[in-house]
Ligand binder design. Structure first.
Ligand code: S3P
Length: 175
Protein backbone atom coordinates (compact mmCIF):
# COMPACT_ATOMS: atom_id res chain seq x y z
CA UNK A 1 0.00 0.00 0.00
CA UNK A 2 1.22 3.48 -0.79
CA UNK A 3 2.27 5.57 2.17
CA UNK A 4 -0.47 8.25 2.48
CA UNK A 5 2.05 10.91 3.39
CA UNK A 6 3.83 12.30 0.35
CA UNK A 7 6.04 15.03 1.66
CA UNK A 8 9.76 14.79 2.15
CA UNK A 9 11.37 17.50 4.25
CA UNK A 10 15.11 17.99 3.96
CA UNK A 11 16.57 19.56 7.06
CA UNK A 12 20.06 20.61 8.06
CA UNK A 13 22.40 23.49 8.71
CA UNK A 14 23.01 26.37 6.28
CA UNK A 15 25.39 25.23 3.57
CA UNK A 16 24.66 21.53 3.99
CA UNK A 17 23.35 21.23 0.42
CA UNK A 18 19.62 20.75 1.08
CA UNK A 19 18.57 22.60 -2.06
CA UNK A 20 20.99 20.77 -4.35
CA UNK A 21 20.03 17.38 -2.92
CA UNK A 22 16.32 18.27 -2.89
CA UNK A 23 16.32 19.18 -6.58
CA UNK A 24 18.09 15.95 -7.52
CA UNK A 25 15.84 13.84 -5.34
CA UNK A 26 12.68 15.46 -6.71
CA UNK A 27 13.90 14.97 -10.27
CA UNK A 28 14.66 11.29 -9.68
CA UNK A 29 11.30 10.68 -8.03
CA UNK A 30 9.35 12.78 -10.52
CA UNK A 31 8.06 14.91 -7.64
CA UNK A 32 7.83 18.70 -7.27
CA UNK A 33 10.69 20.52 -5.56
CA UNK A 34 9.87 23.36 -3.16
CA UNK A 35 12.35 25.68 -1.49
CA UNK A 36 10.72 26.96 1.71
CA UNK A 37 12.68 30.25 1.60
CA UNK A 38 11.16 30.91 -1.84
CA UNK A 39 7.66 30.23 -0.47
CA UNK A 40 8.33 32.78 2.28
CA UNK A 41 9.55 35.32 -0.29
CA UNK A 42 6.49 34.78 -2.48
CA UNK A 43 4.07 35.05 0.43
CA UNK A 44 5.63 38.19 1.92
CA UNK A 45 6.77 39.84 -1.30
CA UNK A 46 10.16 40.38 0.36
CA UNK A 47 13.60 38.82 -0.06
CA UNK A 48 14.86 36.82 2.95
CA UNK A 49 17.61 39.41 3.53
CA UNK A 50 15.00 42.22 3.50
CA UNK A 51 12.78 40.36 5.95
CA UNK A 52 15.67 40.06 8.42
CA UNK A 53 16.84 43.65 7.95
CA UNK A 54 13.47 45.41 7.93
CA UNK A 55 11.21 43.13 9.99
CA UNK A 56 13.61 41.13 12.16
CA UNK A 57 14.14 37.47 12.93
CA UNK A 58 10.96 37.03 15.01
CA UNK A 59 8.85 38.08 12.04
CA UNK A 60 10.88 35.80 9.77
CA UNK A 61 10.35 32.77 12.05
CA UNK A 62 6.63 33.35 12.12
CA UNK A 63 6.49 33.75 8.31
CA UNK A 64 8.58 30.60 7.99
CA UNK A 65 6.25 28.55 10.18
CA UNK A 66 3.21 29.88 8.31
CA UNK A 67 4.82 29.04 4.97
CA UNK A 68 5.55 25.51 6.18
CA UNK A 69 1.92 25.00 7.15
CA UNK A 70 0.70 26.51 3.89
CA UNK A 71 2.06 23.62 1.81
CA UNK A 72 -0.87 21.62 0.58
CA UNK A 73 -1.49 18.12 1.84
CA UNK A 74 -1.54 15.21 -0.55
CA UNK A 75 1.04 16.67 -2.91
CA UNK A 76 4.17 14.76 -3.83
CA UNK A 77 6.77 17.29 -2.85
CA UNK A 78 10.35 17.47 -1.70
CA UNK A 79 10.78 20.50 0.55
CA UNK A 80 14.12 22.08 1.25
CA UNK A 81 13.71 23.85 4.60
CA UNK A 82 15.83 26.65 6.09
CA UNK A 83 18.55 25.81 8.59
CA UNK A 84 16.47 27.15 11.48
CA UNK A 85 13.05 25.81 10.42
CA UNK A 86 13.05 22.68 12.63
CA UNK A 87 13.87 24.64 15.78
CA UNK A 88 10.90 26.96 16.13
CA UNK A 89 7.13 26.71 16.63
CA UNK A 90 6.99 22.94 17.05
CA UNK A 91 7.98 22.70 13.37
CA UNK A 92 9.97 19.52 13.79
CA UNK A 93 6.96 17.69 15.21
CA UNK A 94 4.75 19.18 12.51
CA UNK A 95 7.07 17.89 9.79
CA UNK A 96 7.35 14.47 11.38
CA UNK A 97 3.57 14.25 11.51
CA UNK A 98 3.04 15.31 7.91
CA UNK A 99 5.90 13.66 6.06
CA UNK A 100 9.33 12.07 6.07
CA UNK A 101 12.11 14.17 7.58
CA UNK A 102 15.66 13.64 6.38
CA UNK A 103 18.58 15.30 8.15
CA UNK A 104 21.48 16.04 5.84
CA UNK A 105 24.35 15.91 8.30
CA UNK A 106 27.77 17.48 7.75
CA UNK A 107 30.65 18.07 10.13
CA UNK A 108 31.33 21.60 11.40
CA UNK A 109 34.62 21.51 9.49
CA UNK A 110 32.87 20.78 6.19
CA UNK A 111 30.17 23.38 6.85
CA UNK A 112 32.87 25.88 7.68
CA UNK A 113 34.73 25.26 4.44
CA UNK A 114 31.54 25.80 2.47
CA UNK A 115 30.23 28.80 4.40
CA UNK A 116 33.59 30.56 4.60
CA UNK A 117 33.63 30.47 0.81
CA UNK A 118 30.23 32.16 0.60
CA UNK A 119 28.47 33.80 3.54
CA UNK A 120 26.85 36.33 1.18
CA UNK A 121 23.09 36.51 1.32
CA UNK A 122 22.85 34.70 4.65
CA UNK A 123 21.47 37.13 7.22
CA UNK A 124 22.59 35.10 10.23
CA UNK A 125 26.20 35.18 9.05
CA UNK A 126 26.51 38.72 7.85
CA UNK A 127 27.79 40.13 11.15
CA UNK A 128 30.06 37.22 12.03
CA UNK A 129 33.76 38.01 11.61
CA UNK A 130 35.76 35.53 9.53
CA UNK A 131 37.79 34.39 12.54
CA UNK A 132 34.62 33.75 14.54
CA UNK A 133 32.78 31.77 11.91
CA UNK A 134 33.97 28.32 12.91
CA UNK A 135 33.06 28.81 16.59
CA UNK A 136 29.68 30.22 15.55
CA UNK A 137 28.97 27.13 13.45
CA UNK A 138 30.01 24.73 16.23
CA UNK A 139 27.78 26.48 18.78
CA UNK A 140 24.73 26.95 16.53
CA UNK A 141 25.00 23.43 15.17
CA UNK A 142 25.12 21.92 18.65
CA UNK A 143 21.98 23.89 19.62
CA UNK A 144 20.19 22.84 16.45
CA UNK A 145 21.25 19.21 16.61
CA UNK A 146 18.62 18.82 19.35
CA UNK A 147 15.96 19.46 16.70
CA UNK A 148 17.75 17.86 13.75
CA UNK A 149 18.24 14.62 15.68
CA UNK A 150 14.45 14.11 15.72
CA UNK A 151 14.51 13.48 11.97
CA UNK A 152 13.16 10.15 10.73
CA UNK A 153 16.40 9.55 8.83
CA UNK A 154 19.88 11.01 9.04
CA UNK A 155 22.13 10.84 6.02
CA UNK A 156 25.80 11.64 5.75
CA UNK A 157 26.06 14.67 3.50
CA UNK A 158 29.73 13.96 2.80
CA UNK A 159 29.54 10.34 1.73
CA UNK A 160 26.03 8.99 1.16
CA UNK A 161 25.03 8.60 -2.47
CA UNK A 162 21.92 10.04 -4.06
CA UNK A 163 21.11 6.70 -5.72
CA UNK A 164 21.10 4.93 -2.34
CA UNK A 165 18.79 7.59 -0.95
CA UNK A 166 16.41 7.35 -3.91
CA UNK A 167 16.15 3.57 -3.37
CA UNK A 168 15.43 4.06 0.33
CA UNK A 169 12.80 6.70 -0.41
CA UNK A 170 11.12 4.48 -3.00
CA UNK A 171 10.87 1.72 -0.41
CA UNK A 172 9.39 4.20 2.05
CA UNK A 173 6.77 5.27 -0.50
CA UNK A 174 5.64 1.66 -0.83
CA UNK A 175 5.31 1.10 2.94
C1 S3P B 1 18.49 30.28 8.14
C2 S3P B 1 18.84 29.61 7.00
C3 S3P B 1 18.51 30.08 5.67
C4 S3P B 1 17.29 31.00 5.68
C5 S3P B 1 17.46 32.08 6.69
C6 S3P B 1 17.69 31.55 8.11
C7 S3P B 1 18.88 29.73 9.46
O1 S3P B 1 18.26 28.98 4.78
O2 S3P B 1 16.12 30.27 5.97
O3 S3P B 1 18.54 32.86 6.29
O4 S3P B 1 18.31 30.14 10.49
O5 S3P B 1 19.77 28.84 9.50
P1 S3P B 1 19.43 27.95 4.31
O6 S3P B 1 19.58 26.91 5.37
O7 S3P B 1 18.87 27.39 3.04
O8 S3P B 1 20.67 28.75 4.10
Amino acid sequence: MDNPSKKIYLIGFMGSGKTTLGKKLALQLGWTFIDLDKVIENRTGLKITEIFSSRGETFFRSAESDALRSLEGGQRIVVSTGGGTPCSDNNMNFMNETGLTIYLKLSPEKLYSRLAASTGGRPLLKDIAADELFDFIVKKLSEREKCYSKASWTINGESDSISGLVTQVKNWIQE
